[in-house]
Design a protein around this ligand. Sequence first.
Ligand code: SF4
Length: 427
Amino acid sequence: MREIYPYGMLGNMPTKISLYIHIPFCRHRCAYCDFNTYAGQENLIPAYLKALQAEIEQVAAKLRFSFEIGTIFLGGGTPSYLPVEGLQEILDTCRKAFCISEDCEISLEANPGTVNRDGLSQLRRAGFNRISMGMQSANINELRLLEREHDPIAVIHAAESARLAGFKNLNLDLIFGIPGQTMDTWKQSIHFALGLKPDHLSLYALTIEHGTPFKRWVERGFISSPDDDLAADQYEYACQVLEEAGFDHYEISNWALKSNNQSMVCLHNLQYWRYQPYIGVGAGAHGFLENHRTINVRGIKAYIDRMMLAMEMPYPASSAADQVIELDLWTQMQEKMMVGLRLLKEGVEADPFAQKFGFEMEEVFGERISKLTGQGLLEWTGSSNQRRLRLTRRAWLLGNRVFREFVGLPEPAVLRKKIHSTTTRVP
Ligand code: SF4
């Protein structure tokens, strides 16, 4: 199988798996955020770090297959809010517990207001080699509305400090569709970000999530709902400008530069989009291993208590698991389409799909594929032995509509063996 980007599967054998580590602490909870993160629980940080250490060791001892960790991603929350020594300890624990590949991508999510040059240098020396900064906007009013704690100057300092500390792989996150954001302020944010010379950009449309202050503000009329037409224009503008700036638009929301002939794609997220296995540790973290999805308890205290109790859980879950879901073949095929079609060039490759699941894509999704190709939303591309199904250019803005077509479908008759998903809810 030819790889468009480095790292992935060799034949059917995953040689590398990924490790996600969740850090659920933030100094302040932003008004639009519905991530599993908490403010005001700093007193739990030392116990949380110990629990994380215990979970990493437990998972490493439990897994029954041989693997190498190809990417590590510390996400949150705000991982950079933790003391540098704590982050170093987590990596040390990983190194002792797992076999880490030499070229392992080790990413840290950081908020611009929480980093400084010394701390970043220490993190670089500890082994972190990719940093992802939540810039979100270059407009101070938009940052205030989002309740972000930094200003644009802090982003400049953070990006410069990261470079001086030796980070060669820098991502910036930006948000479009913010209430009150105009095309002009969006353009300013994009150009401000480009001026910082990132290797990678992630641009997300704001969604108003239930239970957030943003949701209440919209309901009470304090702020307007995101304007879908404007958001579409903002996305199109970004596609055009980033292409001109030499970025490869490889996933719906992600763009990467090439550096020394190497694409700076996020290898960790590629693992998810390629439907490859990963371990998830920490409060609320999800894992995907040997056809099982593991979902940990969400609360920080509950997570710490679970790891202290060290209860035996069904394979491959750790003591922190709240659910262990065995995914049947049909569920896996649908999920594969959902995540794989996010990759704009790579899409879902026909031969590896058939090798992995034992069915041709057209055998199980024939009707859907015909419908969506007929509507001009999906297209076949590639030579006969490397055929791939992917979104058409006009479907980039309609991704969710296409993905929904591959969810909750009745099992096709061709699936001879009926293996249904079973969920084990842990008491
Ligand atoms: S910093 Fe990020 S994770 Fe923390 S509250 Fe804000 S948006 Fe959520």
